[in-house]
Design a protein around this ligand. Sequence first.
Ligand SMILES: Cc1cc2nc3c(=O)[nH]c(=O)nc-3n(C[C@H](O)[C@H](O)[C@H](O)COP(=O)(O)OP(=O)(O)OC[C@H]3O[C@@H](n4cnc5c(N)ncnc54)[C@H](O)[C@@H]3O)c2cc1C
Length: 432
Amino acid sequence: MTSGQIHIVGAGLAGLAAALALAAEGFGRRLCLHEASNHAGGRCRSFEDAALGCSIDNGNHLILGANPAVFAYLDALGGRAALATPPETIFPFVDLASGEHWLLRPNRGRVPWWIAAPARRVPGSHAADYLRALGLLAAGPRDSVADRLDPSSVLYRRLWEPLTVAVLNASPKEASARLMGRVLREVFGGGAAGSRPYIAAAGLSTALVDPALAALARSGAEIRCGSRLRALERAGRAVTALAFSGDRIELAAGDQVILAVPPTVAAKLLPGLAVPVGSRAILNLHFRLDRPLRHDPAAAAEIIGLVGATAQWLFLREALASVTISAADALLDRSDEDLAAAIWQEIAAALRLLGVATPATPPPARIVKERRATFLQSPANLSLRPAATALGGNLLLAGDWTDTGLPATIEGAIRSGNAAAAAARRAIATVA
Ligand SMILES: Cc1cc2nc3c(=O)[nH]c(=O)nc-3n(C[C@H](O)[C@H](O)[C@H](O)COP(=O)(O)OP(=O)(O)OC[C@H]3O[C@@H](n4cnc5c(N)ncnc54)[C@H](O)[C@@H]3O)c2cc1C
């Protein structure tokens, strides 16, 4: 192989973003993307489900208006149209404990005047409750979200707790207040545009994975699925060879490696590398309907927040009703039948409160349990997130768990891939 090859290990969104960024700079023919499984996309992908007879996503993924790297990634692929968004930034919420429901409607512009309008506020909350959340912006490195808010307030139960669990995949007692502060600044600080929800209408792979693979193939990049990296051979800080399940690739001076694998895999491949410890699960329950259910009949897709229930977010798109439950480790051992029956009852109750009729019998369901959906986004783990260039030599790191300053999200994964690609480019320019 010629010098200046770039090996990217892991074809999740971090690896795909790194590869696309390098291909866009003309490095396509020097790229080799190695993926252990037989598909790209990692924790963000679709698959055909034989039982439901349709394609489903491993989990509902919400993209927000304030995710610039995701939109730039999609624009480079010409695929922004693959996302659906409601006509306005409106989140319907239902509290199953009290039977109340409301619409959360942030206003346009950066000044959040909506919190001064009682009709736009969460029922039972006061304007001062929202201002208290500014404490998240001044959070210290050891603070949890619960440390900086008032856990006894109505707003905590009806807004901050569900948002924290959704965004950081951890309860407010264990989630980092610093990370939530960053989200508050970037997402909610951007008003209605920043918090506008987008979902991949025809599935995650159609929107984010398949077009990336096609663009990489056009650029001349090599894509090797079923190629699991078993060991990195190193001389000092330099990687000299990559040992895969089936073969071994020797590297030439000037070659670069971007390791875009999950933290547990990186720690095994690189003994001594400190990585965030622990993870949290996300459960998704997909119900196949015989007709689409909608609260707003004009919407192509809808997202409804549930409070006072085990179900947390209900996504309605096409003839699927899908429920996301984050920080769901306590539910992992419950049987699929039991979970599907309990969650369908909650969905039916929530939709009834919104005036939407649901089928009398529970529809067929498929449950996807992602045990290690994200790393545990706790204060202690923030200091264990390495930078892309932490290891020096010709080895770079990428992944949603690296030090992006952002939660473990698609946005973070793509930004980490872009950062690793930029560092690889600089290193190649230096050698040349
Ligand atoms: C159920 C669920 C719901 C989510 N919801 C949202 C959401 O609403 N919004 C949002 O922004 N984010 C969400 N996320 C997070 C988002 O999916 C991740 O942040 C993102 O996909 C991580 O991408 P990554 O490339 O960093 O890691 P991964 O996707 O984990 O990619 C790593 C890749 O490396 C491969 N690999 C592992 N070991 C090896 C090896 N030894 N050799 C070669 N390859 C290897 C893996 O197979 C995988 O393809 C959710 C995640 C889950 C699981």
